[in-house]
Design a protein around this ligand. Structure first.
Ligand code: FAD
Length: 306
């Protein structure tokens, strides 16, 4: 058994594990991949004191920093269930492994939000994509749609316009929500078309790959089919809190509620980074929150609270 089990190996989890190990605690990190969302990022230029790095480089730096301490890293583990109520907490991974400790730090981050329409799940990786930086190059010279007209959607459209023959932006609301500078840039590009008030109804494919998308104009109720090769879904991120639902208090957006000390609604359970209700989801913030969660867990232990 461990003193602290950290779930998730992104910036928040890595930071929580290192801070805990530096307090002399026995620490395990149980997560899918060290690096987390950072792995989906190309350039990073706002990690203060590091003017420029890449997602891959930062992920391997996190791994090597973890390696400086006696931290047991269990990668490729998906936590499917947790028993958090008692003094000892149990974390269960798919495949049957379990981890026991009096303190758990949840740092499972966030994942791309899905549309939830017919056909989407069937064609993920076969025309339905979420990460423009990762998958954009596969659509070189093709026609793609970007669903979502917020900053991430319009940034994606601008990036993809440099690779793809045509980019169709489909926004559900009556107006784009992206910053004006981004909107102006997107509108200046010949191969970008933008439609608002568009509801995505269905992803259509030929069994092997995406061939079209069905959309409804919310103003005219007209339903039409747009033939294309790829669909980039850019409608935000959702907190990865499912394995802890029903035990911890969540916000309506399913983020884990935390106080200023990263404590959750259960003693001995802390949460940090994008999975929580902390405002502003950024690497530097996730790292800071991970450190806070670890220091809170240590303090609570010293004070005999857990
Ligand atoms: P994550 O990075 O999401 O890590 C969580 C980890 O937990 C993941 O590895 C996940 O697989 C794992 N996990 C989830 N559920 C489970 C489970 N049930 N069991 C086990 N493991 C699980 N921020 C910046 O500061 N600068 C940028 O330039 C920047 N660019 C970005 C670009 C993109 C495309 C994206 C998507 C995000 C970007 N961000 C950027 C945001 C930044 O990546 C996040 O704020 C940060 O990674 C959050 O860290 P985290 O540790 O809380 O969560």
């Amino acid at each position: 058994s461990y003193d602290v089990v950290v779930v998730g190996g992104g910036p928040a989890g890595a930071s929580a594990a290192i801070y805990s190990a530096r307090k002399g605690l026995r620490v395990a990190v149980v997560g899918e991949r060290v690096g987390g969302q950072v792995k989906d990022t190309v350039g990073i230029e706002n990690l203060i004191s590091v003017p420029h790095t890449t997602g891959d480089k930062l992920a391997s730096d996190l791994m090597s920093h973890l390696g400086h301490y006696a931290i047991d890293v269990f990668e490729n583990r998906t936590v499917v269930k947790a028993e958090l109520g008692g003094k000892q907490k149990y974390i269960h991974a798919a495949g049957g492994e379990s981890f026991v400790s009096p303190a758990v730090i949840i740092a499972t981050g966030a994942s791309w939000r899905r549309l939830g329409v017919e056909g989407e799940a069937d064609y993920i990786g076969r025309g339905v994509a979420f990460c423009p930086h990762c998958d954009g190059p596969f659509y070189k010279g093709r026609h793609v749609a970007v669903i979502g007209g917020g900053n991430s959607g319009i940034e994606a459209a601008i990036d993809l316009a440099g690779i793809c023959s045509k980019v169709t932006v489909l926004e559900f609301a009556d107006e784009l929500r992206a910053d004006t500078v981004l909107q102006d840039k997107a509108r200046s590009l010949d191969n970008v078309e933008i439609f608002t008030s568009m509801q995505t109804m269905r992803v259509i494919g030929d069994g092997k790959k995406v061939t079209a998308i069905e959309v409804k104009d919310r103003k005219t109720e007209e339903v039409k089919t747009v033939e294309l090769d790829g669909i980039f879904v850019q409608i935000g991120l959702a907190a990865n809190s499912k394995s802890f639902e029903g035990q911890l208090e969540l916000t309506p957006r399913k983020e884990i509620k935390t106080d200023a000390y990263c404590r959750t609604s259960i003693a001995g359970v802390y949460a940090a980074g994008d999975v929580t209700d902390v405002p502003y989801k950024q690497i530097i913030i996730a790292m800071g929150e991970g450190a806070k969660a670890a220091l809170s867990a240590f303090d609570d232990r010293v004070r005999g609270l857990i």
